[in-house]
Write a protein that binds this ligand. Structure first.
Ligand code: NAD
Length: 499
């Protein structure tokens, strides 16, 4: 419960900290013990409209700031974040539940992204090409688009905002940011630091509140031409539909049902390590989590035995405590959803090898903890092998050979991350070619993306865009082709044919 000592926070609009117009609030809670982290404005369409207006006004000046100067602000932001990395990680362990090393990794990703995109300030390359006519010069340049609506989930509360906000800013756009309601304080701190780094008033605004109110208004607002959303598939479909009337650019990063393939020739110890990290890291709440393990039959028994043994030794606890391997899941709803999939798996006839329980006792009573869960003898068509559970649950699937493994890996509606453990270079290269996913790892788990490569997925994971790397710039810019005729006469393309 909130007490008199509980700190209240505000929206950030046009450089001012302001309450929601309605005066309503909501609380952010620590998922490990239920304590209140802070009280935040429960905003509505009116607050979004004010923020969009501020961002629209700020855009007129920000788009003219030279891109290298915009990049320098990102360098300063990256530096400030590096100096405060431990504080941010500690806050993340408390507000979101990640264990400290992973929380520090989340912050590091934002530091890396800020420096990478800061460097884009001196690139943002276009092209120059010859003209088909004499005395004419052709080039293409990237143009900023305007106000970007940034809508983020809670599972990477610092990294994901940076994947969107850093490239959007360096390209010359302004921002209205709606953080997830489970991690508003991290969103608030992120924006506060951007302002400290020198982002001018109105260029980045934050409006707290729910997806159905704040998010939806951003998606429908006629003055927000770009929406970038990371979230569930269901949310992505709704957002795409709701943005259609205004023909917006909609960039979607959605769910996954990622698999690790282990062939008989693999280094099994390495595979077990990779699976444990990918399936149970962040309590399985990563879009790239390995929620399926596809094992060639000769390796199945050994892998299953070793995996269960390691999973049973994982220590659950609050993310900020030393020696804890698995933190809590985000909230009561997530806990119930994860547990319901244990029931579904059992009903479908899969064999529960370990876990499958809400964890209590040993000081875990007030938090949302779930035991690392492994199902064996899973059929690829079962719901636990098809649907995103977003918790510490993984499904072992037995296959005959590498071809069947790739078919099973591809046999889902998502296409985010994929992995294969093998020492056979031919099989590895075939998998690189044939796995239907935006990311493929060889002899590593399904997680570990680096900021300078494109990140995103195929099929139901997205709509063809990518974040990170050069690819991210395409979300936040429009191409303009420019023709400069210095011949002094009217030359007609496709009609005049100069010798
Ligand atoms: P979610 O879809 O419930 O919410 C994501 C964001 O969308 C939140 O800020 C929410 O308030 C907002 N939202 C919800 N309904 C909306 C609407 N109608 N209009 C506008 N905004 C709306 O997802 P979540 O539970 O926060 O996050 C988990 C999901 O995110 C998982 O499916 C996971 O796979 C996915 N995810 C994907 C990636 C990726 O890069 N592909 C990365 C992380 C998480």
């Amino acid at each position: 419960m909130a007490t008199a000592a509980t700190k209240s926070f505000k929206n950030f609009i046009g450089g001012e900290w302001v309450d929601a117009a309605s005066g309503e609030t909501f609380e952010s809670r620590n998922p490990a013990n239920g304590e209140t982290i802070g009280v935040f404005p429960r905003s509505s369409a009116e607050d979004v409209d004010r923020a969009v207006e501020a961002a629209k006004q700020a855009y007129e000046e920000w788009r003219l700031v030279p891109a290298p100067r915009r990049g320098e602000i990102l360098f300063r932001f990256g530096q400030l974040l590096a100096e405060q990395k431990d504080d941010f990680a500690d806050l993340m362990a408390h507000e979101m539940g990640k264990v400290l090393p992973e929380a520090a990794g989340d912050v590091q990703e934002a530091i890396d992204m800020s420096f990478y995109m800061g460097g884009e300030g001196r690139r943002l390359f276009g092209q120059t090409t010859p003209s088909e006519l004499r005395d004419k010069f052709n080039m293409s340049v990237r143009m900023p688009i305007g106000v970007v609506g940034v809508i983020t989930p809670w599972n990477f509360p610092i990294a994901i905002p940076s994947w969107k906000i850093a490239p959007a800013l360096v390209c010359g756009n302004t921002i209205v940011f709606k953080p997830a309601t489970d991690t508003p304080l991290l969103g608030e701190r992120f924006v506060e630091l951007l302002a400290e780094a020198g982002v001018p008033a109105g260029v980045v605004n934050v409006v707290h509140g729910g997806g159905g109110e704040v998010g939806d208004r951003l998606v429908r607002h006629p003055d927000v031409p770009v929406i970038t959303l990371t979230g569930s598939r269901e949310t992505g479909v709704a957002v795409l539909r709701n943005a259609a009337d205004n023909l917006k650019h909609v960039h979607l990063e959605l769910g996954g049902k990622n698999a690790i393939i282990v062939l008989e020739d693999a280094d099994i110890d390495l595979a077990v390590e990779g699976i444990v990290w990918s399936a149970f890291g962040t309590a399985g709440q990563r879009c790239t989590a390995a929620s399926r393990v596809i094992v060639q039959e000769g390796a199945y028994e050994e892998l299953q035995k070793r995996l269960v043994a390691v999973a049973e030794k994982l220590r659950l606890g609050p993310g900020w405590e030393e020696g804890v391997d698995v933190g809590p899941v985000i909230n009561q709803g997530a806990l119930e959803k994860i547990h319901s999939y244990t029931g579904i798996g059992k009903d479908e006839g899969a064999k529960l090898l370990t876990g499958g329980e809400i964890a209590g006792g040993d000081g875990l009573g007030d938090g949302y903890f779930y035991r690392p869960t492994i199902f064996g003898d899973v059929d690829p068509g079962m719901r636990i092998a098809q649907e995103e559970i977003f918790g510490p649950t993984t499904a072992l699937i037995r296959v005959r050979d590498a071809d069947e493994a790739v078919r099973v890996s591809n046999g889902i509606e998502f296409g985010l991350s994929s992995s294969i453990f093998t020492r056979d270079v031919n099989k590895a290269f075939r998998a690189m070619r044939d796995l239907e996913a935006g990311i493929t790892y060889i002899n590593a788990g399904t997680i570990g993306a680096e900021v300078h490569l494109p990140f995103g997925g195929v099929k139901g994971t997205g709509n063809g865009h990518r974040e990170a790397g050069q690819a991210a710039l395409d979300v936040f810019t429009e191409w303009k082709s420019i023709y400069v005729d210095y011949s002094g006469k009217l030359q007609k393309a496709q009609i005049d044919t100069p010798s």
